[in-house]
Design a protein around this ligand. Structure first.
Ligand SMILES: NC(=O)c1ccc[n+]([C@@H]2O[C@H](COP(=O)([O-])OP(=O)(O)OC[C@H]3O[C@@H](n4cnc5c(N)ncnc54)[C@H](OP(=O)(O)O)[C@@H]3O)[C@@H](O)[C@H]2O)c1
Length: 332
């Protein structure tokens, strides 16, 4: 396992386990004991960091249960739980903000959040600055260790930083298919020491051997929230035919390095500047790709690999022009 730092002193594993897959929007969620046993398997393998949110079903509660299971003799040196706050638009008083943080602390059974990632739906509603101001105070008071954002574009990230708010990370969609962060975000974050946490790295599982040579999936086959989200992205990007070309090229590169195409897709994101963590969603207790995905640390892509990837991606539509910068897919 390789590790990186967020905000100077929070160490995370570069491979981060995403817990959206436990929200109920990805089908059956197994028993708590199966989820906890799977979490333990991940941490025993060195994947010590989990990404979750206030609205990912019981994810925060699983974290609390996990803490109880492993006992009190550990700290954020051993495990890191990166949660999010995705508030409904409304007044952002100190009370509202602190209540939300206290709720996560209670559910996760801890005194301090390792990283709180803040999402906001509407930039024209400037109350996000009120919320961030209060969150910054809670960092100073020790309830939050690091303050991050999710799905903010470069313009608003820069604006927030210019207001004097210390932002440690921004979690955005970033994959070999969706390379919008390379247009502006990566450079800005790199210069300002802000870590990028990348999600959608496997397009919900589409970037895997399972889909090589398969016909376009029917609506019925898009049976998780993740698959339907990224299927739309594939369509906007260039469609199923071009996506198959991408899969074939990634597979060929994988064969050269002795890994499968998912690891090539993960490696592509991992090698980009400012990226501190690559998220891979896991249906904990149901399906497991951990031993395969750990191979992402065992090889490097070379110039020939990048050229092959470009030979396909250069034929795609320009997602930055069509959708906009990071996070704009959530803002219409
Ligand atoms: N900030 C945000 O707005 C936001 C949005 C979306 C997601 N996220 C975060 O990102 C995490 C990742 O979620 P995602 O939806 O983007 O999914 P993803 O990580 O792109 O894909 C996850 C799926 O890929 C499949 N997979 C993983 N490794 C594989 C391998 N080696 N071979 C074949 N298949 C493999 C698994 O499918 P099976 O389970 O079918 O095996 C898994 O469920 C979430 O859990 C969440 O923490 C954040």
């Amino acid at each position: 396992m390789e590790f990186s730092k967020i905000g100077g002193d929070l160490t995370i594993s570069k491979l981060v386990t995403g817990m959206w897959q436990l929200s109920g929007a990805h089908g059956y969620v197994p028993s708590t004991s199966s989820v906890l046993a799977a979490m333990k398997g991940y941490t025993d393998s060195g994947v010590t960091t989990f990404d979750l949110a206030d609205h990912y079903g019981d994810a925060e509660i699983y974290v609390g249960e996990f803490r109880k299971l492993v006992g009190k003799g550990f700290s954020d040196k051993h495990f890191q739980f990166l949660t999010k706050w995705v508030p409904r638009p409304g007044p952002m008083s100190r009370r509202v903000v602190e209540d939300a943080v206290d709720r996560s602390l209670k559910r996760m059974q801890c005194d301090r959040l390792d990283l709180l990632q803040f999402h906001w739906w509407d930039y024209s509603d400037k109350r996000y600055l009120d919320a961030l101001g209060h969150l910054q105070e809670l960092v100073e008071q020790g309830k939050i260790r690091c303050l991050g954002l999710t799905n903010f574009d470069t313009e608003h990230l820069r604006f927030i930083i210019d207001q004097g708010i210390k932002i440690c990370s921004n979690q955005v969609q970033f994959s070999v298919l969706d390379q919008r962060p390379l247009v502006e975000m990566v450079d800005y974050c790199h210069r300002r020491g802000i870590g990028i946490l990348a999600y959608g790295t496997l397009c919900g599982g589409f970037l895997s051997e399972k889909y090589v040579g398969l016909p376009e999936p029917s609506r019925r086959a898009l049976d998780t929230a993740s698959l339907s989200k990224y299927y739309q992205m594939i369509r906007v990007w260039g469609g199923w035919g071009l996506f198959q070309e991408l899969l074939f090229v990634l597979k060929e590169i994988g064969e050269k390095h002795g890994v499968n195409l998912s690891q090539v897709a993960l490696r592509f994101v991992l090698e980009q500047r400012a990226v501190v963590g690559i998220l891979v969603g896991a249906r904990l207790g149901l399906s497991d790709h951990l031993s395969d995905n750990l191979k992402v640390f065992q090889f490097e892509l070379d110039e020939e690999d990048y050229q092959k990837i470009r030979s396909v991606t250069s034929k795609s539509n320009d997602l930055y022009r069509i959708i906009g910068d990071c996070g704009d897919e959530y803002r219409g």
